[in-house]
Design a protein around this ligand. Sequence first.
Ligand SMILES: Cc1cc2nc3c(=O)[nH]c(=O)nc-3n(C[C@H](O)[C@H](O)[C@H](O)COP(=O)(O)OP(=O)(O)OC[C@H]3O[C@@H](n4cnc5c(N)ncnc54)[C@H](O)[C@@H]3O)c2cc1C
Length: 405
Amino acid sequence: MAHHPILIVGGGAAGITVAAQLRRARPSLEVTILEPSGEHYYQPGWTLVGGGVFSLEETRRAERDLIPSGVHWIQAGVAGFDPDHNSVTTTAGDTLSYDVLIVAIGLKLCWDKIQGLTDALGQGGVCSNYSKDFAPYTWEAIQAFKGGNAVFTCAPMPIKCPGAPQKIAYLADDVFKKKRLNAKVIYATATPGIFGIPTYAAPLREVVARKGIDARYNHVLTAVRADRKEAVFSVTEGEATREEVIPYDLLHVTPPMAAPDVVATSPLANGAGFVEVDQYNLQHVRYPNVFSLGDVSGMPNSKTAAAVRGQAPVVVANLLAHLDGLPLEAAYDGYSCCPLITGYGKTIMAEFNYKAEPTPSFPLDPTKERWSMWFVKRKILPALYWNRMLAGAQHERRFIPGVKR
Ligand SMILES: Cc1cc2nc3c(=O)[nH]c(=O)nc-3n(C[C@H](O)[C@H](O)[C@H](O)COP(=O)(O)OP(=O)(O)OC[C@H]3O[C@@H](n4cnc5c(N)ncnc54)[C@H](O)[C@@H]3O)c2cc1C
């Protein structure tokens, strides 16, 4: 059995960031990443792929170019966790032991939970920015749309980037208005309101009203009848539930999401299937040598790459403290950021924490739609992701919200 002192499973936004920060913080550490994919995507860019601003190619890099120098990469997936014996099994059939494990394998997209969706996707106007395979088709479908109902759905929480389902609705609406199409834009969401953070929900309600978008709440997509171009929803009204059928000419779907089975069925899972870590120190509540961050971790934060920026320095500081036998002092405050694109050239930079308090990075009213924040979303954040975040540039303790500076 091969031994890897620090084993990170998942080499996405969270896995690469934490590996790079660990190497910067303590270069003598032996760090290994277990990641099956040869490609790495900047998923926050997929909203702009669907909106015709980025090509898919611009969001892709070779995984090998992102593995931090000195970090060992095993190109395989994790197939099982055995935290009682400090080991994992891989899809290649190997067993690897570790001193410390970091779980960062992201979310599972549950397309098959919506009847008829898998067959419908990618044709007949049915698209989704949530997959690299279908985000380019979103832009094709928006361009091909000639009028009628354009329906945008949002699945029950938790999903990654809870703002993304509505951002594409606003971009599409801009295109339809510019072309003077006779379009009815419907935003049908499983959530009871437009956004979970009240400070940002208020301006978003104004955006919806100004654009004349038909927002329908407590609407859970259950089936797509592609032959009749109908989307079927289960709608909750108080105690009652009814079925609603909405005809569509364009349908953008946000699939339900869940923890990957390999985590959900493991001893690491909480009741919802995610990795059961303390929401502040990010250490597993039953296995002290296990940490988790990113979408697969069980904290009640909004799941974004921006949240990873807040979590990674906390994992690094507490992992090193754990190795050194010191108390775990670093605390994650729930930071997340959702750049809420409200049209081409307009973005509300929604930053907030566990307490739903605004935590703006800029000395500006964060509730306003701004061109400058569109510029940040389009130009600055991708550069920050590739060149600074994945390079581990924010590992210092001063980036940890819960630690006194
Ligand atoms: C359309 C869209 C828009 C978004 N917009 C934004 C935004 O504007 N701002 C923002 O901050 N975030 C946004 N996000 C969310 C952001 O991309 C995720 O929150 C972020 O990528 C989470 O990082 P992660 O490492 O946890 O998961 P991922 O980046 O998904 O990485 C998970 C990694 O685990 C690997 N893996 C999977 N299974 C296994 C296995 N069995 N064994 C080993 N490895 C495995 C995968 O190959 C992958 O490399 C958006 C996402 C989407 C899809």
